[in-house]
Ligand binder design. Structure first.
Ligand code: MTE
Ligand code: HPA
Ligand code: MOS
Length: 775
């Protein structure tokens, strides 16, 4: 038999097709939750937020609010029919404050009214009598008070104390990094629609529909099967809707329950920023022992995270920070201590990188300090410490690094940019300019892929083939702009060998695919793609049986290719076979399931194999600072990013560029600032600055590592991409340190924390000048 000519389908695996909603996004036709037409009788809700960082709630009087025009209900913790508990990691984390408020912005009540204006006006009329208590506002105060939201975590190997004592050189120091607001364009929002009896449908802008389902069920005291959660898309999430969306959905559901009407709760930007969690700010203290070549012999580092008022996702974030504080370096004698500090500020949560960025900032600062102290190039010190291949490759958490391509990434970057020449140009510029100073730095990255909670590494999908050959696809992942839906659809198109436009992705719904994990940890396409593939394989197997019978050939001779099914030189269209299968009473629907292999974790010892594989990258950045004003610009960024065999290079390119710029924002302009009363003063776009289009480096070259398929059998050998490139922005932070160091002829270590705002850069310049002057 002659094999069919392998012709291509449109939009299969590895095709650089555009986002399925690209046109919808720019024309406004893509429907976000708030664009859905309201059912008649829908109420709008507004939150009542605590004005105190810490206070006892003595009395709540809703009479004035209830008497206001249009108001249908006021809900407080006492109205919860079930359990006022939506904690994602630990129990005891209420949706509405109960007895005590623990941060400025803590939701205490919600008002549901006929219109949004009425709800917001009446929210001001809820009278709450507070007895203020002393707040703990900083990491230092929390450490002094021994106040933690969860257990202190330690990751260790070898003999750090002995190695430190024996090391020929030893340094200790401190560095801080700030938090970051997610600044998704679509704020937190939920619409709860009561149905028959106990049923309730909740439309939620969430990365974690199943957790919303559970949270709503807990609060209402109903079984999970009474709650259906649906999300078509989010207008950005970045981790901010992994657990925080549940708060909003649970409050909307409670108000819907009480009024028996649909209730929509959407937060104005200022409330969103005050009431919901952000990236964790960290205080890092290190004690490092090294030799004259820059080999790190011993390292003892404490990473203290500002958890805010509750645990939320802090335990996971902290462990990921500790599991990334090695970055690309083999640290045989090391102790990382993680402190989840409880403060009276909003509970911090998942944010792109999930602790990884903070852990990597810590070790990169240590490397920077060691290199500058020795007067050696960063790159040289790094090379002395890189994980080896086949040796020197066990991480502090006991996973062996088996897929090491660090030096390949760094090598491709250095080959592409001619680093020595670039460095010379920068030095020449700095000699010629007194006020403006340039800096240059590189960074390598290694990011662990998989949820660091093994259980979460599972996914489901549901695939239907209709008799016209069109395919309906559903899976547990959510779309937040990252292109997950198109990627999984590409996987299905490839597997069936049909054009992408025959595959229709549908809204994520807990009634279609149950018990899902959050779309997070960059694992969306890895796990949902594999689940979808598993579903397709079952249907294909059945369809192949029908085709084999029809053509009178063995099943093994049936080939799916180019929208057709071939048996030698005979064929029929995919649609014809779908129709025929139905006639033969063969099911054209299947659910698929996937769990990530190889991973395990022992939370008692903080060791195991938490990551299925690593994603690698390298970057170089050039910056300029104005030593009179502290202002800075990123002039050039050169990136190399490992995407495995990219499922969709167009999407991945966007992810790399977006993540890098978001990382730049974290490290430069985005500053969260709380006053002495614990009030967040940067709670809107006028005071909280995210990078704008003019902050994108004028020279910005992104390279995806070529011919680098994942060595693990992931979906079409691709790699996760959502988070890793954010950490490439550490090159910008290190370049800013380099620019500051140039003021003192690279003889001193700069004192610069993140974010490197103009104020901090100016202070670092003044400080290094003063130290240089003292000789
Ligand atoms: N890209 C866009 N456009 N919007 C987002 O909210 N979130 C990021 C990343 N890229 C995000 C994004 C985060 S935090 C994660 S974990 C991944 O996307 C999640 O999606 P994935 O697992 O499908 O990559
Ligand atoms: N990333 C994001 N969310 C998570 C993780 C993680 O590693 N672990 C648990 N929730
Ligand atoms: Mo991303 S922080 O894992 O949602």
């Amino acid at each position: 038999m002659t094999a069919p000519v392998a012709r291509k389908i449109k939009g299969g695996a590895h095709a650089a097709v555009r986002h399925d909603s690209a046109t919808g996004h720019v024309t406004g036709r893509a429907v976000y939750l708030d664009d859905m037409p309201n059912a008649s009788g829908t109420l709008e809700a507004a939150l009542v937020l605590s004005p105190h960082a810490h206070a006892r709630i003595k009395h709540i009087d809703a009479a004035r609010a209830l008497a206001a025009p249009g108001v249908m209900a006021v809900v407080i913790a006492d109205d919860v029919p079930g359990k006022n508990d939506i904690g994602p990691s630990l129990r005891g984390e209420p949706a509405l404050a109960e007895g005590v408020v623990e941060y400025v912005g803590h939701p205490v009540a919600a008002v549901a009214a006929r219109t949004l204006d009425e709800a917001r006006a009446a929210a001001k009329l809820v009278d709450i009598d507070y007895e203020p208590l002393a707040p703990v506002l900083t990491i230092e105060e929390a450490i002094a008070a021994g106040q933690m939201v969860s257990a202190i975590q330690v990751v260790t190997q070898g003999d750090p104390d002995g190695a430190l004592a024996r090391a020929p050189r030893r340094l200790h120091g401190e560095v801080r990094c700030g938090g970051q607001d997610h600044f998704y364009l679509e704020g937190q929002i939920a619409l709860a629609v009561p149905g028959e009896e106990r049923d309730i449908t909740v439309y939620s802008s969430t990365q974690h529909p199943t957790e919303v389902q559970h949270g709503v069920a807990h609060v209402l005291g109903v079984p999970f099967n009474a709650v259906t959660v649906e999300v078509r898309r989010m207008g950005g999430a970045f981790g901010g809707k992994e657990s925080q969306a549940t708060i909003i959905a649970a409050i909307a559901a409670l108000a819907a329950w009480k009024t028996r009407r649909p209730v929509k709760l959407r937060l104005p930007r200022d409330d969103d920023m005050r009431a919901t969690g952000k990236r964790h700010g960290f205080l890092i203290r290190y004690d490092v022992g090294f030799d004259d070549e820059g080999r790190i012999l011993g390292l003892d580092m404490t990473l203290a995270a500002n958890a805010g008022n509750i645990a939320d996702l802090t335990p996971g974030v902290l462990i990921r920070a500790l599991c990334h504080a090695d970055n690309c370096y083999w640290l045989p004698n090391v102790r990382f201590r993680g402190l989840p500090c409880k403060t009276n500020t909003v509970s911090n949560t998942a944010f792109r990188g999930f602790g990884g960025p903070q852990g990597m900032l810590a070790i990169e600062t240590v490397i920077d300090v060691v290199a500058r102290t020795l007067g050696r190039p960063l790159e040289e010190v790094r090379r002395r410490n890189y994980y080896g291949v086949g040796r020197n490759n066990v991480t502090p958490y006991a996973q062996t690094v088996e897929d090491n391509i660090i030096e390949r990434c760094v090598g491709e970057l250095e080959a592409a940019v001619d680093l020595p020449r670039w460095r010379k140009d920068i030095d020449a510029f700095n000699r010629a300019n007194k006020v403006l100073k340039k800096g240059l730095a590189t960074v390598p990255i290694k990011f662990g892929i998989s949820f660091n909670v093994p259980t979460l590494n599972q996914a489901g999908a549901l695939v239907h083939v209709y008799t016209d050959g069109s395919v309906h696809l559903n899976h547990g992942g959510t779309e937040m702009g990252q292109g997950l839906f198109v990627k999984v659809a590409q996987v299905v198109a490839e597997a069936f060998q049909i054009d992408l436009d025959h595959v229709r992705v549908s809204a994520t719904n807990t009634g279609k695919v149950p018990n899902t994990s959050p779309t997070a940890a960059s694992s969306g396409s890895d796990i949902n793609g594999m689940a979808a593939l598993a579903a397709v394989e079952q249907i294909k197997e059945r369809m192949a049986g029908v085709a084999a019978e029809h053509f009178g050939v063995p099943k093994s001779d049936i080939v799916f290719a180019e929208n057709r099914i071939f048996a030698g030189n005979r064929s029929m269209s995919f649609a014809e076979l779908a129709e025929l299968s139905w006639r033969q009473r063969v099911s054209l629907s299947a659910s698929g399931y996937y769990k990530t292999p190889k991973i395990h974790w022992d939370p008692k010892t903080n060791t195991g194999h938490p990551f299925y594989y690593f994603s690698y990258g390298a970057a170089a950045a050039e910056v300029a600072i104005d030593t009179l004003t502290g202002e800075s610009r990123v002039l050039r960024a050169e990136l190399v990013q490992d995407c495995g065999a990219s499922l969709n290079p167009a999407i991945d390119l966007g992810q790399i560029e977006g993540a890098f710029v978001q990382g730049m924002g974290w490290l430069t302009v985005e500053e969260l600032w709380w006053d002495e009363a614990g009030r967040l003063r940067t709670h809107g776009p006028s005071t909280y600055k995210i990078p704008g289009s003019r902050d994108v480096p004028p020279i910005f070259n992104v390279r995806m590592l070529k011919d680098a398929p994942n060595r693990e059998p992931t979906v079409f050998r691709s790699k996760a991409i959502g988070e890793p490139p954010l950490m490439l922005a550490l090159s910008v932070w290190l370049a800013l340190r380099d620019a500051v160091a140039s003021v003192a002829d690279h003889k001193l270590v700069p004192a610069l924390d993140a974010p490197a705002t103009p104020e901090r850069i100016l202070a670092a310049v003044d400080d290094i000048r003063a130290r240089a002057g003292r000789g």
